[in-house]
Each structure stands twice: as structure tokens, then as C-alpha cells.
Design a protein around this ligand. Structure first.
Ligand code: ADP
Ligand code: MG
Length: 690
């Protein structure tokens, strides 16, 4: 960016010393630009402050007054209410704080103060339950008589300090803010230029101005994101790979005919798309989407086999040891008989074994490698890596995928996910990938019968488990495990297993599986579950993704309201994988409306895409499309759900722009390119690697 001023560390500003700089650091603010891009959370309308009596019951309002007196009330143990009487020129009102006794000291009588909170009217008095307050020294024009920005805070920073810092940065920036967004786009979408937008987003004259400024920053954020994706795509399509594949040979045919089923039309379709990519001189960069249980594994095996058959190496990475092991076993089963050997490398692989594996991977003697994150480590070097497959890709960061890709020279890359993002959305968000979708499930599957029950109905659920076990089927009992209290939860799971083994399921073979177990122990338990020795598996979410035991027909999920919809859907996907009728019992006593709605949705809907839409409706892009689960970028001001239309427009513009000027070489483009580099490079964020 030509704006040197913007790139300066915040300390450069007169108002910012060492102390404040380190508080700003906590907000992710290092440069002047970061400070200017620290947008207000909302605006308080203090243009004309109403007297307290004029506020409506229940509304959230900001009112100002002078402290008359203070009082602490202790209605019961552990609760202190601090009540201030305030005068606002026309009368007296009250402001209350809960368990913040220091308020009295901060706001002695005579102080002028603004309080924001919910207004309660009763018995002739007006009371504000304070969410936020600000002392007013009467001199600070930034905090009175206008629309006042309210910022996210950290450390000892106050709203006033931030306002003052931002204001001084704005004053100094005046005239220096060269806009990197092309004027043609600003015109087309009627957006303010950078300088105008920056002052309006912080200190707007009115809400329209604030709105226009925010629209600009939303567009800016999404446009730059789409432009980066489009460029990356261009970049990839300009590469030429150094390896080639042979036409489908005996191995592939032998594998196909050893399968106990025929590929569905949908599977054939995506396989054609994938093998076409592999045969093309441009490296494949493809996402394979398909609901839980759709049969993605077999497709990835075909691709890996194609590599092996052509004398190349293939690697498959999965997010958990259990899943990696399962893939490995599956390959041993199907590929062993046709003479293709696979190796398994996880964190649990012993030193000696590991050394031997690494040796064979390096020499190219071992063609197929399955593993976890362990594949990413230094020392894992391939001789001629042709294909990289990443299963459950939303569990990995972009960096990790790139690390694996970099173990070869432009290898083909296939990433797989069951995250059912609607197609249009996927195209827009994963704009640098081609997408293949397996629609529907293999034939013969019956929808899993799902019930939501209260804890009192557990005995009935256990009865169902016993009955299924008697018929030769198997069951999962899932206890929630949240990271914050892993230990406590784990104890709960262990205890539950013991209790059930001694009680309800005395006469059944019970197993326990959780994330804290050593790799070998996990393998042992999974193997005996797979072989049917263990009939009932008490487990945590370690089985959430990928696990495939078609004979399991019941899943009981305890405290089901503690899981998100995406997670529930994944968990439920562990049953209903064979031809037998399967059941999923969600046991919970949901405390929130949303919790209830989630369980209802699970009962009603079995299709992953429909559930994703329901999740969108319930709480925004949330878990299905949110950053945490799907490795999508985190936006500062844009909101994928709310700004969906803008995102689409931004994509159109970005594609057109790159079409026009593929290498961003003209002067206008160059400013854009600089900005993209500044935003995405070296940050480990969504783009800029791989
Ligand atoms: P996912 O897409 O969730 O990874 P999997 O690949 O684990 O699903 O497949 C789920 C189950 O479906 C497996 O037991 C697999 O053997 C079976 N399967 C896959 N393709 C077919 C098919 N065409 N017909 C019948 N069963 C299939
Ligand atoms: Mg899978």
C-alpha cells in the first residue's frame, strides 16, 4: 500500500504509548491501519438524549445524568446490587449494576455519566439495568451530542480512549488514504471512497452515512477475498504437472470387481470428473462433496489406485487416528489381495516402525500411505507423490493441506468433505477448487429413525439397544466431551461405562473408547467392535467422523443438546450404513429454544443439505459453514449469511477483473494486488498458500 502512514505501528500515534499499544495488541491492532479498521460494534445515539422518563418499558436505551447518591443492596448471599440515583435535569432515575461494588468508587456523587441498558418502569420510578456506562467530563465532544461509536474493547482500554485514538489517527490520515478499490466499482455499487468511509464508519453524522460506510467495507472485504481466490485459481490453472497417469489397467479392474457392490451412477459420475482431472496436464484441485455415508472412500481408493498403477505414490490424510486406521484396514482388505500394499503412519506409530516406513516412502518402494497429521512432519519425504487425498478436509487448516501438497511437485489434490454446504455457496467460498458432488446415498439404505427423548426415557432406549444386540446388531452410546472440561467429562464416560457394564448391560459385551486412550488401545477396541466382539461401544465424539461399521444400528446420544447440528448429523451418520433399519435416540432436556429446535430438526430431517439449510436458518452460517468447522475465512465485518448477495456480486466482479487483467498488472490492479498481499500473505489465513 502506498500509504506509509497506514503501515506505521500504532505507537507512532501521539495518543498511544507502550501500555495502550499492548492493550491494542490484544484486539489484533498493530498498525494505524488496523486501528482504523477496528470498526464499531454499534452506535449509541446521543444526538439528543431523552430524559429517562421518556424511555419505554423494556427498551435498551442510553440516558445521562449526574450521580446523586449510591447504595449497595444484598438481597441474598452472593448477590450485590449497586444502585445509583441519578438526576437528568428533569427528574431522578436509577441505575443498577450486579456484583460490581467498585462502581460506587468509580462514580462518586457529582459525576456525570451515561448509562446504557434495559429500562424497567414501575412504581413511578425508572430503573436502567446497566450493560455499559461511561463517565462524562463534559469536554469530550466525541462521546456526547452525536452518534457515538461503541467498540470491542480489551484490557484497560475504555471507549473514550479508543474514540480519541481513532479520531487522532483519522485526523492524521486525512488526505493520505489512497483508495485501492477501483473507482468504477465504487460508482457501480454506489459506495463511498476510502477516506469518506473511514471517517463515516467511526464518526457518522447519521445512520445512513454509517450504513453506506459499512456497505463499502463489507464489499471491500468480500471483493478482495474473491479476487484472491480467483487469482489463485488462475495461478493453479497455469501450472503443469510433471507426472502422468496410465490408462485404467488390471489393478483398477480387479479392485472394482472385488467390491461387494456396484458403483452408483453418482459415484461413476464423480469418478469420471476426478480421473479426467488426473489425466489433464493441470494439477487437480478438486473438492468431493457427499453426505455422510454417500460412499466417498471408494472413490478416493480408485484415485489412489490409479496413481499406484501408474508407478506414482499416493497419500491419504485423515483427521483422527481411528479414521486413518479404518482407511488403512479397508485398503489392506481390498488392495492386499490384488498385491497393493499400504502403510499407516500416525502419531501412535512406534519409532522403529516409523523409521522403516519413512525409509520406504523416501525410496518410493511404498506406494500408498495413509495417515494423520503425522504425514505432515518433517522427514516424511516422498519419491514421486502424484496424488494427495485429504478426508474430512474441514478438519484441517489450509496450511496443513498445503504442507502435504508440498511434499510433491504439483501433485493432484482431492479433498473430501461431508459438510453439506449448498452448492452455490460452496462455489463461492471455495472459489479456488473445482467441485464434484455425490447426490444421495447408495441404494438400499433406510433412513435412520430418530427420536428425541427426555432422560427419564433412558430405560426404554436401553431396552431398544438390548433388543438390537439380541438380533446380532451393535450399538454406540455417545457421551458428550467438551474441551473445557475434558477430564471431568472423561470421568463421566468411564463411570457410565462401568455402571452400564454392571447394570443394564450386564449380559452384553461392552467396550469403552475415548480420545485420551493410546493409539494401540484405540485400535484394539475399534478392531473388536468392527469384528462384533464388542456389542455396545460407550464412546465420546472420537467416532464423530468417518467411522464405518455397517452392523451398528443404534446410536444413543446423551445430552444431545450440547452438540451442534453438524456434529449430530455426523454422529448419526455412524449408523444406517448397512441394509438394516437403524435408530438414533437423542437424549436431552434442552434448556434453550435453540436446543429444542435443533433436536426437532434432527428428528424431522435426515438429508444433510436440508439440515445445513435449517442450521443456517436457526443461527446463521454457524457450524456448517462457520470458520471453526469448515476452515473458511473469518471475516471482520462481512457476515456470510446476511451479506450473501454482496458475496455473489463480489465474486462476479472479481472473476471479471481477473479475466480482464489476469496478472493484476495495470496500475489500478496493482493497488489491489498490494492490498491482497498485505491482507493475506503470511497470516496463515485462508488464502495465499499452496
Ligand atoms: P462417506 O462418504 O461418509 O465417507 P463411506 O465411503 O464410508 O461413506 O461409505 C459408507 C458405506 O457405504 C460403506 O460401508 C461402503 O462400503 C458403502 N458403499 C459405498 N458405495 C456403495 C455402493 N455403491 N453401494 C452400496 N454400498 C456402498
Ligand atoms: Mg468418509
Amino acid at each position: 500500500m502506498p500509504n506509509e502512514f497506514f503501515a506505521k505501528p500504532v505507537q507512532y500515534l501521539k495518543m498511544v504509548g507502550q501500555r495502550r499499544a499492548s492493550a491494542l495488541q490484544k484486539l489484533g491492532i498493530a498498525t494505524v491501519k488496523d486501528l482504523l479498521y477496528h470498526f464499531p460494534r454499534r452506535y449509541d445515539d446521543r444526538t439528543v438524549l431523552r430524559p429517562a422518563w421518556a424511555c419505554a418499558q423494556g427498551e435498551v436505551a442510553t440516558v445521562g445524568g449526574t450521580v446523586l447518591a449510591a447504595q449497595d443492596l444484598k438481597p441474598r448471599r452472593g448477590l450485590t446490587i449497586t444502585k445509583l440515583a441519578l438526576h437528568d435535569g428533569s427528574g431522578t432515575f436509577y441505575a443498577v449494576w450486579f456484583n460490581q461494588p467498585f462502581i460506587k468508587k468509580n462514580l462518586p456523587p457529582g459525576t456525570r455519566v451515561f448509562v446504557t441498558g434495559k429500562v424497567e418502569k414501575g412504581y413511578g420510578a425508572v430503573t436502567v439495568a446497566v450493560e455499559e456506562y461511561e463517565a462524562d467530563d463534559g469536554r469530550d465532544r466525541l462521546s456526547t451530542g452525536r452518534l457515538v461509536p461503541v467498540y470491542p474493547l480489551a484490557g484497560r482500554l475504555t471507549q473514550r480512549m479508543l474514540r480519541a485514538m481513532v479520531k487522532s489517527a483519522l485526523d492524521e490520515a486525512k488526505g493520505k488514504e489512497a483508495d485501492f478499490l477501483p473507482e468504477s466499482l465504487l460508482k457501480k455499487f454506489n459506495l463511498p471512497c476510502l477516506g469518506t468511509a473511514l471517517s463515516a464508519v467511526h464518526f457518522p453524522q447519521n445512520m445512513e452515512e454509517a450504513g453506506a460506510a459499512r456497505r463499502r467495507f463489507i464489499f471491500e472485504e468480500l471483493f478482495l477475498f474473491q479476487l484472491a481466490l480467483a487469482m489463485r485459481r488462475k495461478d493453479i490453472s497455469g501450472r503443469r504437472k510433471l507426472h502422468t497417469y496410465l490408462p485404467e489397467g488390471k489393478l483398477t479392474q480387479a479392485f472394482k470387481s472385488s467390491l461387494p457392490y456396484r458403483l452408483t451412477g453418482e459415484q461413476e459420475k464423480v469418478w469420471k470428473e476426478i480421473s479426467n482431472d488426473m489425466d489433464s496436464p493441470v494439477p487437480m484441485h478438486r473438492l468431493l462433496q457427499g453426505d455422510v455415508g454417500a460412499g466417498k472412500t471408494v472413490i478416493s481408493t480408485l484415485a489412489l489406485l490409479k496413481a499406484v498403477e501408474s508407478g506414482l505414490q499416493g497419500a491419504l490424510m485423515a483427521p483422527t487416528e481411528i479414521l486413518a486406521e479404518q482407511h488403512y484396514l479397508g485398503m489392506r482388505n481390498y488392495l492386499g489381495p490384488i498385491g497393493v500394499e499400504a502403510g499407516l503412519l500416525t502419531g501412535g506409530t512406534g519409532r522403529k516402525k516409523r523409521k522403516e516406513l519413512l525409509e520406504r516412502i523416501r525410496s518410493g518402494d511404498l506406494k500408498l500411505v495413509v495417515g494423520t497429521h503425522a504425514l505432515l512432519q518433517e522427514g516424511v519425504d516422498f519419491k514421486n507423490l502424484g496424488l494427495v487425498v485429504v478426508d474430512e478436509q474441514h478438519r484441517f487448516g489450509v496450511r496443513q493441506r498445503a504442507t502435504l501438497q508440498n511434499k510433491g511437485l504439483y501433485p493432484d489434490t482431492l479433498v473430501m468433505t461431508a459438510t453439506p454446504i449448498p452448492r452455490t455457496m460452496a462455489m463461492t467460498l471455495y472459489g479456488d477448487l473445482d467441485i464434484s458432488i455425490i447426490n444421495g446415498l447408495p441404494p438400499g439404505r433406510q433412513p435412520v429413525k430418530t427420536y428425541a427423548v427426555v432422560p427419564a426415557a433412558l430405560p426404554k432406549a436401553y431396552h431398544l439397544v438390548r433388543e438390537q444386540v439380541r438380533r446380532g446388531r451393535q450399538a454406540y452410546i455417545v457421551c458428550p466431551l467438551v474441551e473445557e472440561s475434558e477430564k471431568v467429562d472423561l470421568e463421566a464416560a468411564v463411570e457410565l461405562a462401568e455402571k452400564l457394564a454392571a447394570g443394564e448391560f450386564r449380559d452384553c459385551r461392552l467396550g469403552l473408547l475415548h480420545g485420551q486412550m493410546k493409539a494401540e488401545e484405540k485400535d484394539k477396541v475399534m478392531t473388536s467392535f468392527r469384528q462384533g466382539e464388542i456389542q455396545i461401544l460407550v464412546t465420546t465424539t472420537v467416532i464423530e467422523v468417518g467411522v464405518d461399521v455397517p452392523n451398528a444400528t443404534v446410536m444413543i446420544i446423551l445430552d444431545a443438546d450440547r452438540f451442534g447440528l453438524a456434529q449430530l448429523h455426523q454422529l448419526r451418520g455412524r449408523v444406517g450404513r448397512g441394509s438394516h433399519q437403524s435408530y438414533c435416540i437423542l437424549v436431552a432436556d434442552p434448556k434453550t429454544e435453540e436446543g429444542r429446535a435443533r433436536l426437532k430438526a434432527m428428528v424431522r430431517i435426515s438429508d444433510g443439505f436440508a439440515l445445513a439449510e435449517e442450521d443456517l436458518r436457526l443461527r446463521g452460517p454457524g457450524e456448517f459453514c462457520g470458520t471453526r468447522q469448515s476452515g473458511l475465512p473469518e471475516f471482520k465485518i462481512a457476515d456470510l449469511l446476511r451479506d450473501w448477495k454482496v458475496l455473489q456480486a463480489a465474486r462476479q466482479e472479481a472473476l471479471a477483473w481477473v479475466e480482464e487483467d489476469p496478472h493484476l498488472k495495470n496500475p489500478v490492479s496493482r493497488m489491489l494486488a498490494d492490498e491482497i498481499r498485505a491482507r493475506f500473505e503470511g497470516t496463515g489465513s485462508y488464502i495465499g498458500v499452496g
